[in-house]
Design a protein around this ligand. Structure first.
Ligand code: DOR
Ligand code: ZN
Length: 347
């Protein structure tokens, strides 16, 4: 049985690190393993200009452990008012790699998001021309659409027409949760890709809801039924370069999740590669882990693959019940559980 694997240092193509004091928890966790990460802009207020993104990047860099070369790749938050001039500025800016689309009201800090896709056609046109990728939170927000159907409805009513209108736009459908999304991306043209989180590969809605509600498995888009989990696992381990790693690690203080109206988000940055290694091992696909986590994302973004390596060893360790976060606690994914893979060394 494989006891140790050495792979190219991975990157996280979808990450929330928050801001201020929170960075002292989140940044060292990610920087311990990942070379780069696409940083989500859903701060309060959101990151909407190139100069705000550059300043935010510096705050992340200041929170890196000494000696770390972790490279935060910044994004802008798309609003109804983001001009094509700001897009051109962003595309020319060395720190900015993508623009994030949140439908208004879809999730954490999405109030400033897009209220109707037509409102951002000029910005999307400019992105298509500049080759700047659009990162999608792919859910509709209409009240009458069931929460479990919101991703598929987004694909049918927003994404498909969008790609017809902007066939050259580079698009990442983020944190996909359904067989429909996996199939759509697999069949789409090569400028369309998707990221996959550990929680959507490890769990389905039964894990979250049977025998009691588990708020630490609540994220958006919400976990779906098991047939979707199976399809996502197949996509992640298929060796198809359209599917790559994006943790969507999203910290929320314990009391904001364990409450009558809890926040959405799973915190996985502290152990992301241990989780993915376990997922791939169980699918008998450890040989596909390196490309999923270190090759395909870099290739999609047109960036060089990392040149250094990490070592994952089969060694049991216990996830803490909580990490300290701000003045309180942060309950990680798999809190208190035993994981079987550990990142042990860097080459
Ligand atoms: O579960 C989620 N948490 N989904 C998102 O889209 C946002 C994220 C967050 O920022 O907490
Ligand atoms: Zn996210």
């Amino acid at each position: 049985m494989l006891q140790e694997i050495t792979i190219t240092r991975p990157d996280d193509w979808h990450l929330h690190v928050r801001d201020g004091e929170a960075l002292n928890t989140t940044v060292p966790h990610t920087a311990a393993t990942f070379g780069r990460a696409i940083i989500m802009p859903n701060l309060k207020p959101p990151v909407t200009t190139a100069s705000e993104a550059a300043a935010y990047r510096q705050r992340i860099i200041d929170a890196r452990p000494t000696g770390s070369n972790f490279d935060p790749l910044m994004t802008l938050y798309l609003t109804d008012r983001l001009s094509s001039e700001e897009i051109q500025k962003a595309a020319a800016h060395p720190d900015i790699y993508a623009v994030k689309y949140y439908p208004a009201g879809a999730t954490t800090n999405s109030d400033s998001g897009v209220t109707a896709i037509e409102n951002v056609y000029p910005a999307l046109e400019a992105m298509s021309d500049a080759g700047l990728p659009l990162l999608l939170h792919g859910e509709v927000t209409d009240n009458h659409v069931d929460i479990f159907d919101r991703e598929k409805r987004f694909i049918d009513t927003i994404l498909s027409p969008l790609l017809e209108r902007f066939p050259d736009l580079r698009v990442v459908l983020e944190h996909i949760t359904t067989a429909d999304a996996a199939q759509f991306v697999a069949q789409a043209s090569s400028n369309i890709a998707a990221t996959l989180t550990p929680q959507h590969l490890m769990y389905n809605r039964n894990d979250m809801l049977v025998g009691g509600v588990r708020p630490h498995l609540y994220c958006l888009p919400i976990l779906k039924r098991n047939i979707h989990q199976t399809a996502l696992l197949e996509a992640a381990t298929s060796g198809n370069p359209k599917f790559f790693l994006g943790t969507d690690s999203a910290p929320h203080a314990q009391h904001t999740k364990e409450t009558s109206c809890g926040c959405a988000g799973c915190y996985s940055a502290f152990a992301a590669m241990s989780l993915y290694a376990e997922i791939f091992e169980q699918a008998d696909a450890l040989d596909k882990l390196e490309a999923f986590s270190a090759f395909y994302g870099a290739d999609f973004y047109g960036l060089p693959r990392n040149r250094d390596k990490i070592v994952l060893r089969k060694e049991a360790w216990q996830v803490p019940d909580a990490y300290s976060y701000l003045d309180t606690d942060l309950v990680p994914l798999c809190a208190g559980q035993t994981l079987n893979w550990k990142v042990v060394d860097y080459v």
